[in-house]
Design a protein around this ligand. Structure first.
Ligand code: UD1
Length: 417
């Protein structure tokens, strides 16, 4: 299995153009199942979550190809309605194929989903919503079998604004008979992007980005050529890296509004980000100040997907900082790895207290999940001496050749093995 070898201690300087967001591309790719026409998704990154989703779609009969940055999909023969267990386990997003498969073929079988091992990740909100839309659901040996012959619109109230459940239910509703209202919906920019894609296919959806989404079922959707929103988490990772390692980094082709929660926090830490159109620049030539408290929340709160990266910045900030993780309970597995590098962190339940040290030291560490893995790369780039990051496959799920991106910024990083 390949590793990253990093020689730390060099500031990061330069500009990186950000590609489409993984968390936008995946549901949009699932939504292409809702039409028989060809679709094209543009500016797509080469990451394994996308290639695994393509494999699942091929298993359903879809003709899907990624050429350059263009993902073309032809679902004329995609009549399959079950996702193989091994692939479903690799990719949690496979679960939101349920909605479009039910809308299209009225039947679906999906194994309990996988993805990052960052907590229990139940699917009760998805299933409750589908039940209320008339779907009959049975579970046997870890597979969920759904019968959607009676699929209809419904008034749904989500107990928690789950991103995946909101997307799944939106996709089930666009071709269902009647009107669906999703109250308590997730408000993430990726939800708005899915709405925009569905509307571009002829669906009647409104309200995404707010608490209530309204969908009027239609009988048919058509193809679309679509550019998803830029990846706010990749952009945020690079900005935090500049703050933690020092330097002058610009991320371009981003939507700065989507990063408001991060920019607000960085503003308080002595490295002030500058926004100019679709670019954000962060210049940092002194040790960052501590953060009193950083709490992860559903959007527009601080994203859980940037929490581990911020923890690394706090490790080298002046003073003591605190994190409260409210979304995924086991995001703190990275703490053990950071401790090997000299970080001083104590964790109790959902709270981590981080006492800043002047510098981390290189060590051999293991990526345990996607965002935690990216955070370890930042830690290595800022540390004294050499760091190796093992199990790079986790990072490849969401970052398109992370070593090339950081090398472009002047980081000494290479892949070995
Ligand atoms: C999505 C993102 C992921 C991000 C997360 C939170 C994708 C492909 N992934 O994941 O990167 O970290 O949003 O912003 O878009 N929950 C339940 N029951 C459910 C569903 C969720 O209890 O049926 C809980 C989860 O355990 C978790 C919380 O709700 O504690 C948030 O999960 P959710 O918003 O569904 O995240 P994902 O869609 O899995």
């Amino acid at each position: 299995m390949s590793k990253l070898l990093i020689k730390g201690g060099r500031p990061l300087c330069g500009e990186v153009e950000i590609k489409a967001a993984k968390n936008a591309v995946l549901p949009i790719l699932a939504a292409t199942l809702l039409t028989e026409d060809r679709c094209e998704i543009l500016n797509v990154p080469r990451i394994t979550d996308v290639t695994n989703m393509m494999r699942i779609m091929r298993g359903l009969g879809s003709r899907v190809a990624l050429e350059g940055e263009v993902l073309s999909v032809d679902n004329r023969d995609a009549t399959g309605c079950s996702v193989p267990t091994d692939l479903a386990k690799e990719l949690r997003s496979s679960f939101f194929l349920l909605g479009p498969m039910l809308a299209k073929t009225k039947r679906a079988a999906v194994a309990y989903p996988g993805g990052c091992d960052i907590g229990v990740r139940p699917i009760d909100i998805h299933l409750k919503g589908l039940c209320e839309m008339g779907v009959a659901i049975e579970e046997s040996h870890g597979i969920i079998y759904c019968d959607g012959t009676r699929l209809h619109g419904a008034d749904l109230v989500l107990d928690f604004p789950s991103v995946g459940a909101t997307e799944n239910l939106m996709m089930a509703a666009v071709l269902a008979k009647g009107k669906t209202r999703i109250t308590g919906a997730a408000k993430e920019p990726e939800i708005v992007d899915l709405q925009d894609f569905l509307v571009s296919m002829g669906a009647k959806v409104a309200g995404a980005g707010g608490d209530r989404i309204e969908i009027e079922g239609v009988t048919k959707l058509h193809g679309s050529v679509y550019t998803p929103i830029p990846d706010r988490i990749v952009a945020g990772t690079l900005l935090i890296a500049a703050a933690a390692c020092g330097g002058d980094v610009t991320v371009s082709r981003v939507c700065p509004d989507h990063l408001d929660a991060l920019l607000f926090k960085l503003n308080k830490s002595s490295c002030v980000p500058r926004v100019n159109g679709d670019k954000i620049t962060l210049k940092c030539d002194s040790r960052p100040r501590h953060f009193d408290r950083l709490e992860t929340q559903p959007y527009p709160g601080f994203p859980t997907d940037l929490q581990s990266q911020m923890m690394v910045m706090m490790c080298v900030s002046e003073g003591t900082s605190m994190i409260v993780e409210n979304i995924f309970e086991t995001r703190y597995r990275i703490v053990r790895e950071l401790t090997k590098m000299g970080a001083r962190i104590t964790v109790r339940d959902r709270t981590a207290v981080i006492r800043g040290v002047r510098s981390l030291e290189g060590a051999s560490v293991v990526a345990g999940d996607l965002r935690g893995g990216a955070a370890l790369v930042i830690a290595g780039l800022g540390a004294e001496g050499y760091t190796t990051v093992d199990d790079v496959c986790h990072i490849e799920r969401g970052y398109d050749r992370i070593e090339s991106t950081f090398a472009l910024l002047g980081g000494e990083i290479e892949r070995i093995g």
